[in-house]
Design a protein around this ligand. Structure first.
Ligand SMILES: [Zn+2]
Length: 197
């Protein structure tokens, strides 16, 4: 277990709809996974990545709003809770699990986040701007929510054909064994939840 190479899974992989479990322990393997998540995120030019986007159903995500290992700040949020939303802002979002799909989402402009970092230090901060948006997008992932779920009705109609293309690709991969069966996915969830949750 854990020897699998991490990769970003695409919609409609079932782990993206899983409500992830709180993390109970951090070990060297989890630290290595987090480092690998940053690498995958940078390679895909993203600003955030949730653990269930690399098929791990546990509550953590990583963010670097500069999307560059040489710049910005690498942030890890474990067991995050968001509260005290203030204001609203609309902006275009994308998602590494839905490459090529973009759409406008309205979210609170400012939020408070409580979480832990990899060393067990408590995080308690007000987030604004892109960091606030990214954190809300990633926290949604941990609850099995995808950004298009939060688009308005017109936006949802606009993205439907693209989502159907993702669904067709996934089904054909499943038929050829390119993605695991439901039973294998459930077994994989149980293994990881036993280890970390
Ligand atoms: Zn996403």
């Amino acid at each position: 277990m854990g020897s699998n190479v991490l990769q970003i899974i695409a919609y409609p992989h079932p782990t993206l709809r899983r409500k992830s479990k709180p993390v109970k322990r951090v070990d060297s393997e989890l630290r290595a996974i987090v480092a690998e998540m940053f690498e995958l995120m940078y390679a895909a030019r993203g600003v955030g990545l949730a653990a269930n986007q690399v098929d791990l159903p546990i509550r953590l995500f990583v963010i670097n709003t500069d999307s560059d290992p040489e710049k910005g700040v690498e942030r890890v949020f474990i067991n995050p809770v968001i509260s005290q939303p203030k204001g609203f802002a609309e902006a275009e979002e994308g998602c590494l699990s839905l490459p090529g799909l973009y759409g406008n989402v309205i979210r609170p402009k400012q939020v408070r986040i409580n979480a832990y970092d990899l060393d067990g230090n408590e995080i308690n901060e007000e987030l604004t701007g892109l960091l606030a948006r990214a954190a809300q997008h990633e926290l949604d992932h941990l609850d099995g929510v995808l950004f298009f779920d939060r688009m308005n009705e017109t936006g949802k109609v606009d993205v439907r054909p693209t989502l159907e293309e993702f669904e067709i690709v996934f089904e054909s991969q499943r038929k050829t064994g390119g993605v695991p069966s439901e039973a294998d996915i459930a077994e994989h969830w149980a293994e990881w939840e036993k280890r970390y949750a």
